[in-house]
Design a protein around this ligand. Structure first.
Ligand SMILES: Nc1ncnc2c1ncn2[C@@H]1O[C@H](COP(=O)(O)OP(=O)(O)OP(=O)(O)O)[C@@H](O)[C@H]1O
Ligand SMILES: [Mg+2]
Length: 165
């Protein structure tokens, strides 16, 4: 389990690089739960996870279709609960299939259906942070291999002490 760990990114490419590391280390059954306001970078992070999984082509936000599936080293299920109201409605989408299907599941706006997700999921909260392109990514929960993926990155992205406390 990850004690809350925080990284700062200064560009969309850096956020994608964080996602790439998570995707490259991802194991079957992994669930990444993304939270944070509109435009914080949830889809951007997912694009990196997809690349890290070897998914080819562009991953866009499934806000209107709610779920998309991409094929890489593992199948990536990308779910967006923005338009969903509560856990029951999320469950009615067939979310159990995405969560237990043996692929990797990324859920944007996961806080809308928090109670559906297993404790082994990695929560990632994205927040605006000062300048226009700066974001804080806060990680909690998750498994050992998630922490290993993040530790490789953290030296480059540690928050500036005193600025983001
Ligand atoms: N450090 C950063 N990390 C991620 N995105 C950034 C960063 N700096 C600027 N951006 C920009 O912020 C936007 C993030 O959009 P994105 O679609 O990923 O957000 P989102 O959290 O998925 O929003 P939504 O809630 O609408 O789905 C992009 O236009 C991206 O270029
Ligand atoms: Mg999005």
């Amino acid at each position: 389990m990850i004690q809350t760990l925080r990284l700062v990114t200064n560009t969309p490419e850096e956020t994608q690089a964080v996602g790439h590391a998570l995707g490259a280390h991802a194991q079957a059954g992994d669930i990444f739960l993304l939270t944070g306001p509109l435009g914080a970078g949830k889809t951007c992070l997912t694009q990196g996870i997809a690349r890290g999984l070897g998914v080819e082509g562009y991953v866009r936000s499934p806000t209107f279709v709610l779920m998309t599936r991409h094929h890489g080293r593992l199948t990536l299920h990308h779910v967006d609960l923005y338009r969903i109201d509560g856990a029951e409605a999320a469950w009615d989408l067939g979310l159990d299939e995405q969560l237990s299907g043996g692929g990797v599941c990324v859920v944007e706006w996961a806080d809308k259906a928090e109670e559906l997700f297993p404790g082994s999921s990695l929560w990632i909260d994205l927040a605006y942070c000062g300048s226009e392109e700066r974001r804080t990514l806060s990680f909690s929960g998750g498994l050992r291999h998630h922490r290993e993926a993040l530790e490789e990155l953290s030296a480059d992205h540690l928050p500036d002490p005193g600025k983001d406390a």
